[in-house]
Design a protein around this ligand. Structure first.
Ligand SMILES: Cc1cc2nc3c(=O)[nH]c(=O)nc-3n(C[C@H](O)[C@H](O)[C@H](O)COP(=O)(O)O)c2cc1C
Length: 148
C-alpha cells in the first residue's frame, strides 16, 4: 500500500487499509504499507498488488502521491504490467478529478484496476474505515486465490 495521511481521519483510513491487508485469512500475503515519500521503484518492483490511497487536494491527487508516480512511472516502465490495483480517495466535497487522474496513470502503467475506485467524500463517517478495510482485504483475497 502507498497512501498519504495528512490528518487524523486519513491516518485512520491508512490504518484500516493496512488492517484489511493483514486480515488473518490472508496468511500468504505479506503487506508493506508505506507513505508515498518513502516508497520508490524498488518497492514497486517487489509488489504483486497495490492499494493506492490519496486525499483530493485542489481537484487532484495529493502532491506526495503524484511525486510517487513521477518517480516510478518511467523507472518501472514495462516491469509492472498487469499489477492488480485498487484505490481510494478521501475528498472534502468531490473526488472526481482525482479519480480521473489516477485512472489515467494506472492505465498508463498498464495496471489492472480490479475494483471500482472508492471515493469517500462529504462529512467524515466512521464507516469509511470499514469500506477501506474491505477494499484492501478483497484485493488480498483475490491475490491469494490466484485471480490476478
Ligand atoms: C490544500 C487543500 C486542498 C483541498 N482541495 C480539495 C478539493 O479540491 N476537493 C475536495 O473535495 N476536497 C479538497 N480538500 C479537502 C481534503 O480532501 C480533505 O481535507 C482531506 O481528504 C482530509 O480529510 P479529513 O478532513 O476527513 O481529514 C482540500 C484540502 C486541503 C488541505
Amino acid at each position: 500500500m502507498v497512501a498519504n495521511r495528512p490528518s487524523a481521519n486519513t491516518a485512520a483510513l491508512w490504518d484500516a487499509a493496512a488492517r484489511g491487508l493483514r486480515h488473518p485469512d490472508l496468511e500468504d500475503i505479506h503487506a508493506r504499507c508505506l507513505d508515498p515519500l518513502e516508497a520508490g521503484p524498488d518497492d514497486l518492483r517487489l509488489a504483486h498488488g497495490i492499494v493506492i490511497g490519496t486525499t483530493e487536494n485542489f481537484g487532484y491527487m495529493s502532491g506526495v502521491v503524484k511525486d510517487f508516480f513521477e518517480r516510478v512511472y518511467y523507472a518501472c516502465e514495462g516491469e509492472t504490467e498487469g499489477l492488480p490495483v485498487v484505490f481510494y480517495v478521501r475528498a472534502g466535497r468531490d473526488g472526481t478529478g482525482t479519480v480521473r487522474a489516477l485512472s489515467g496513470i494506472i492505465q498508463g502503467m498498464g495496471w489492472r484496476l480490479v475494483q471500482k475506485p472508492l471515493v469517500l467524500h462529504g462529512a467524515w463517517r466512521d464507516s469509511f474505515c470499514d469500506e477501506i478495510e474491505e477494499l484492501a482485504t478483497t484485493l488480498g483475497a483475490g491475490m491469494s486465490a490466484g485471480l490476478y
